[in-house]
Design a protein around this ligand. Structure first.
Ligand SMILES: Nc1ncnc2c1ncn2[C@@H]1O[C@H](COP(=O)(O)OP(=O)(O)OP(=O)(O)O)[C@@H](O)[C@H]1O
Length: 244
């Protein structure tokens, strides 16, 4: 059996007395699209930050592509092939679309012409080439999400971490986003995505992992996960679950 691309082994994250992740062990196989879902405060973003290297875990380890990367900083993990989107970064908003993507491409090359060529290629892939020279702040929300994906793709990731890139979009925009994620996977990139709205993410993912109160509650095929009474109970009362 092929080893997974990513594993978290017994990961804990404490913020003072608060436990955001509690003994979380998950794996993501090569070529999968995996959804990381769960109600507000479940610990999804914290786990993303631990995988991307923004935070070191209080306890446990992160194995990526056969290497223990637990103590590596975010830039070193990006160089090894962990790409991620960000939710809102003000400094990126004041740069042009193409410069945003060049920032990502410069992880792989120090030659500006090569970085620019790569950025154009990725913008075309994401359907944003016509917007290359406008300021990122001038993009509509759905374009900003695609720009986030483009910047991450320019780093040439093996694993792409998508942080709510489909949340808050119109149904048509969400469908365009879903198709983009499928095309990304078709290029051989593995995807781990955090989303709130189950009805959008479940038809897309091969497997879903549900976090609740910092722990893995359930994992499995989307059709089984959505019917699991533990998942339904965890989501009751969470306004995001109904697509708000
Ligand atoms: N830097 C921090 N300092 C203190 N507490 C934090 C920090 N980051 C997250 N938390 C807390 O950890 C818990 C898990 O938060 P996290 O953001 O990981 O959840 P989430 O599942 O991503 O939630 P949401 O869907 O609302 O974004 C929450 O109680 C949150 O308040």
């Amino acid at each position: 059996m092929t080893a997974p691309l990513l594993e978290t082994r017994g990961v804990w994250q404490r913020f003072g007395g608060l436990i955001a992740n509690s003994d979380v062990s998950i794996s993501v196989g090569r070529g999968e699209i995996v959804g990381l879902i769960g109600p507000n405060g479940a610990g999804k973003s914290t786990l993303f930050n631990l995988i991307a290297g923004v935070l070191p875990p209080t306890q446990g380890s992160i194995i990526f592509d056969g290497e223990d990367v637990t103590r590596l900083p975010a830039t070193a993990r990006c160089a090894r092939g962990i790409g991620r989107t960000f939710q809102v970064v003000k400094s990126f908003e004041s740069m042009t679309v193409i410069d945003n993507v060049i920032v990502g491409a410069l992880i792989r090359t120090t030659v500006m012409r090569e970085a620019r060529r790569k950025a154009h290629e990725v913008l075309q892939f994401c359907g944003l080439d016509a917007r290359a020279d406008v300021l990122a702040s001038q993009l509509i929300p759905s374009e900003k999400r695609r720009l986030e994906v483009a910047r991450a793709l320019a780093t040439e990731p093996k694993l792409l971490l998508l942080d709510e890139v489909l949340t808050g979009l119109t149904p048509t925009e969400a469908q365009t986003g879903v198709e983009l994620v499928r095309r990304v996977r078709d290029t051989g990139v593995t995807v781990l995505m955090v989303e709130h709205v189950m009805e959008i993410v479940m038809p897309l993912v091969d497997r879903a992992i549900v976090l609740d109160l910092g722990k893995v509650l359930v994992e499995g095929k989307p059709a089984d996960v959505v019917r699991d009474p533990k998942v339904i109970t965890a989501y009751l009362g969470d306004r995001h679950a109904v697509g708000a």
